[in-house]
Design a protein around this ligand. Structure first.
Ligand SMILES: Cc1cc2nc3c(=O)[nH]c(=O)nc-3n(C[C@H](O)[C@H](O)[C@H](O)COP(=O)(O)OP(=O)(O)OC[C@H]3O[C@@H](n4cnc5c(N)ncnc54)[C@H](O)[C@@H]3O)c2cc1C
Length: 390
């Protein structure tokens, strides 16, 4: 699993220290301009945005620690926009948690061709190449791209979501599915996002101007609208653990630093890094390489941790350590792997109790994600206080 893809490595390093240093530098030098510059898509290396998403998604850095670093040098009011963006992903995850059928319907949708190929629309073809090569697209480019895919090329939103799923280093079931649905007008009925040539010209600083090439007056097809009921209030219990020596912790791509969190709470555990190379969301070699790079690096750093690649190996390890309880990162909609009845029964048949641990960050925020982002964001300062960030 060595690293021979230097371009991706340079832009998206594998080591947590390196990522943290990059963000500290970004916070000192660029973050103050975030709200003014974040919508400009000036091409790689995209220095006006943080490029933290591949790490936040896997919690190699947590939302909590990113905001603490940012607020060392800035006031909460000067960072209002950045803080809100950090909470957007939390909001999408909480929203989807109440409506798992939205994700299930996407997964069940027809698996049609998912690659646009060359279209002759220069900006679009450029972003296709950039996404395939680097695994990253700027947020504004994702919005334009999804809009062109759906309304100019007249392809389905879910085939576009599949294409992103295959290639994004930061693929997140909630942000991707709901991002595509938002552009398609399916989050707020009929409110579609229409990419316009003038807007692309302005925010790419004249690099692209697809005048006359886009469908700039798309019409929402109301027949595709479907109402999803939201599950009634969900509250997530506060789990506490006994600090016995028979506790095991599994870290995987749902949370690569849950060990820090438990250590801070002075909970003792045996640790395991888990990575099943057969179970990947992506067909892209770059994404696979990135994930392997992160895991290789963690294995180097966490010398006391065991490494497992299959559920069977994990159960055998837990048994050999005489563990009575295994803690896993909580698995939200689209991220289920261990939260599976047959695996849970298998563990219990061997006297091992699984605990799916939700971080306070999610536990506090998810109950507020029942409606739109506007009512959700009114809770942000309370959430910052609850998380002891301010
Ligand atoms: C069609 C579409 C698909 C998307 N798919 C994904 C995805 O699979 N995974 C993913 O993490 N984001 C997704 N996004 C959201 C957003 O584009 C990325 O989070 C952002 O571009 C990541 O770049 P950054 O870290 O430099 O962002 P920054 O601007 O530096 O923002 C900091 C962090 O805030 C969060 N964030 C910022 N904007 C958004 C947003 N609009 N929605 C949710 N969270 C946000 C991310 O965690 C991000 O890392 C999608 C957006 C669209 C329109």
């Amino acid at each position: 699993m060595g690293n021979d893809n230097h371009e991706i490595y340079d832009e998206f390093p594998y080591s947590r220290d390196h990522v943290l240093k990059n963000f500290e530098r970004y916070s000192s030098n660029e973050l103050r301009f975030y709200s003014r510059k974040r919508n400009f898509e000036l091409g790689s290396p995209h220095k006006d945005v943080s490029k933290l998403s591949p790490y936040l998604r896997r919690r190699l850095l947590s939302e909590n620690e990113v905001l603490k670093v940012a607020l060392r040098e800035h006031t909460p009011s000067s960072l209002e926009k950045f803080i809100q963006e950090i909470f957007w992903r939390t909001y999408w995850r909480g929203w989807l948690e109440r409506r798992p059928n939205v994700y299930q319907d996407y997964i069940n949708s027809k698996n049609e061709a998912d690659f646009a190929g060359k279209t002759g629309i220069k900006c679009f073809d450029h972003w296709t190449e950039e996404l395939i090569e680097t695994g990253y697209l700027h947020n504004h480019a994702r919005m334009w791209y999804a809009s062109i895919w759906i309304f100019t090329l007249r392809k389905s939103w879910f085939s576009g979501a599949n294409f992103f799923k295959d290639h994004l280093l930061d693929w997140c079931p909630a942000s991707n599915t709901l991002g595509w649905r938002w552009v398609a007008g399916l989050q707020t009925r009929g409110k579609i996002y229409s990419a316009k040539a003038d807007n692309i010209k302005l925010f790419t600083n004249n690099r692209f101007f697809p005048k006359g090439e886009l469908n700039e007056s798309p019409v929402f097809d109301d027949d595709i609208w479907k109402t999803y009921e939201s599950a009634s209030d969900i509250s997530y219990e506060n789990r506490t653990f006994p600090t016995y020596e028979d506790l095991g912790l599994v870290i995987n791509k749902n949370d690569l630093t849950l060990n820090h969190y438990l250590s801070e709470k002075q909970i003792k555990f045996e640790g395991c890094i888990f990575h099943d190379p057969e179970y990947q969301h992506s067909k892209s070699a770059s994404v696979r390489k990135f994930e392997c790079g992160l895991i290789d690096q963690l294995c180097l750093e966490l010398k006391n941790f065991h490494f497992c690649q299959s559920k069977k190996a994990l159960t055998d390890w837990a048994k050999s350590k005489k563990l009575k309880c295994l803690i896993f990162p909580f698995e939200t909609v689209g991220n289920k792997y261990f939260m599976d009845n047959s695996f849970i029964s298998e563990l219990r048949s061997r006297d091992i109790e699984p605990i799916f641990y939700m971080r306070d960050w999610d536990r506090y925020a998810f109950p507020h994600a029942s409606k739109g982002f506007f009512p959700f964001k009114k809770n942000i300062s309370d959430l910052l206080a609850q998380n002891k960030i301010i």
